[in-house]
Design a protein around this ligand. Sequence first.
Ligand SMILES: [Zn+2]
Length: 296
Amino acid sequence: MHSYIDSHNHMQALSWDDWELLGMSGMVGAVLSCGNPHVYREIWEEVPGPEEIRRFWENPIRLARVSEEKHFIRLKCAVGISAMTRVRDWPQLVKLLPRYLQDPHVVAVGEVGLDPGQYFGFTWPLADQARCLEAQMRVAADAGKPLILHTPTPKKSQDFLGGVATQEAIPPERFRLHYLQQDLEIVERVGLEHRLLVIDHVDATIIDFVHKETRAWCALSIGSELRPIPPQQVVEWVQHYGPDRILLNSDHIPYRSTDLLAIPKAIRAMRRAGIPPEHIRKVAFANANQLFGFGF
Ligand SMILES: [Zn+2]
């Protein structure tokens, strides 16, 4: 069995038995993306503020301190102000971020990034999102910590608890690239080094762009039905682009159906396809181990 690190998920909202299954499937480490109210299947009727978001940062940090002893999975946290739910008084949170980044269990800022769709119908104008994103990128750059950049997935409101409000109509084939390019303008303005930038939820519409136009990490989220990426697709991309910049993650999130075994399935497909073991190790373990300082 291959040991793997899941470079982005929301398993703070999964059950004890799910954690046991993940551990038995070879997961030895994971980065929890913290700060999103919707991952707990809560429905919000008012825009959350700093108090609430801090709760979504701090609970997983406490969990990360004890997870390895109970479940043999080393957890690290990424904390940030996600644009998937509008947040009130966000500058107060930005001020607190540097202090959270000093916690040994916090290894990154994220997931953050422009998104035209907000949960619970609380539209967050893109210009204000961009200011919030820029402020958080400056914190990551100053701290020398990685930043996990969420790139948005087109969503239909009826598919989500509490609905989603969408503010721009961009065709699906240009959707993710459209927002990624705006994110990257901010990256360049701030001067965040690409070696600290993880472009996440990469799919067929941006994988070529990410490899040719940036020097950033290319993270593939393969465990949620929101973005179906079959194991064979992972095989082809690792063969085509090589293993040096690819990170695998599940983005397990319990508001939609998930495949808890998505990463082990991709690993087995890569073995079957004859991808060299050291390449598999890089995309499923070593790249994340080094970038996020897991210390394995
Ligand atoms: Zn996520």
